[in-house]
Design a protein around this ligand. Structure first.
Ligand code: PMV
Length: 318
């Protein structure tokens, strides 16, 4: 059985995080500058059913059997075996690596799941369609943060810009004009489970206030969709900044995020916001064409840990 490899990109949420958990739309796009990779190799001499999992970034090198039942990598492997109705797979080693920062709002957990699920299904000679890859990755996402919307596994599996509404068929977003975003990391790890849980508590304590915030975000997401489809870069920026203001009100921003948002705007960004779960992790800034580097430099000077540019849409993307 030959070795197999699969990779999956990271992602950013352009608008709509958190509200998307409550049935509102979100816009998410893949980022190919960072990737997760899974390699599955046969393990000659080992008995059928022997599966070794290796993930150097988390110092994991263990047999599948030895992992705690809720370990995300083990759950992903078992999900594939269940899906394919395989009890004892041929002996193999599964190695996962990733350049996507963990707990930073770039979808590292979902990307690792998607890469692993694809590589393992391919290794077993039964490649899975995108729809099933996404569905299995969603099961693993539930371990990362109890009530995921499904936006991460969807955008990462299909690797294209999406207008996502929980539980609805995937809608591809047509972006014909290139938009430049700068992605900057606060360097503060922030597990999505915590902020999603805090938003839930806030919503339970004061449903009208939170529903109002979610509705306001929904209007921004709809308007942003029109901007992306029409190539209207000028109007997209303010929608992002307003989304950030609403996320602050929701309690999921932080001093570091606010600081980077301000620095980006001062450097000429058209709009900026946190991206993902918040309280840390990454922020994104929309840059006017040709000005991406200026905004990126300003973010580095303001203390951002990792900064990169990504382009959404335009003729070079399928
Ligand atoms: O995984 P993150 O940190 O990129 O956040 C995902 C977006 C949330 O809306 C906060 C959660 C979800 O499940 O949609």
């Amino acid at each position: 059985m030959p070795a197999t490899t699969a990779t999956a990109p990271g992602k950013i949420i352009l608008l709509g995080e958190h509200a998307v958990v409550y049935g509102r739309p979100a816009i998410a796009v893949p980022v190919t500058q960072v990737r997760a990779r899974a390699v599955v190799k046969p393990a000659p001499g080992k008995p059928a059913g022997w599966v070794r999992l290796q993930a150097p970034a988390i110092e994991l090198d263990a047999d599948l059997e030895a992992l705690r039942p809720e370990h995300p990598l083990g759950v992903a492997v078992r999900a594939v075996l269940d899906e394919l109705d395989i009890d004892r797979p041929p002996a193999c080693t599964i190695r996962v690596t990733s350049t996507i920062p963990i707990a930073a709002g770039l979808g590292s957990g979902a990307a690792i799941s998607v890469a692993l699920i694809r590589a393992l299904a391919d290794f077993l000679g039964r490649p899975l369609p995108d729809e099933r890859v996404s569905a299995l990755a969603f099961e693993v996402e539930k371990l990362h943060h109890g009530t995921p919307s499904g936006v991460d596994n969807t955008v990462i599996t299909y690797a294209m810009p999406v207008y996502f509404v929980r539980g609805q068929p995937i809608e591809r977003l047509q972006v014909n004009t290139p938009f430049t975003f700068v992605v900057a990391d606060t360097g503060v790890p922030s597990p999505t489970a915590t902020t999603v849980g805090d938003v839930r508590q806030g919503w339970q304590a004061n449903p009208p206030a939170f529903e109002h915030l979610f509705d306001a975000i929904q209007s921004l997401v709809r308007a942003a969709r029109a901007c992306l489809e029409r190539g209207n870069v000028e109007d997209l920026g303010p929608l992002m900044s307003e989304n950030h203001r609403l996320l602050r009100e929701m309690g999921v921003s932080s001093l570091e995020l606010d600081h980077l948002v301000k620095a980006a705007l001062a450097a000429g960004s058209l709009g900026a916001k946190l991206s993902g779960g918040g309280r840390g992790g990454n922020m994104i800034a929309l840059a006017p064409a040709e000005e991406g580097q200026v905004v990126a430099d300003a973010l580095r000077t303001a203390g951002a840990h990792q900064v990169f540019l990504t382009t959404v849409g335009g003729p070079q993307k399928p």
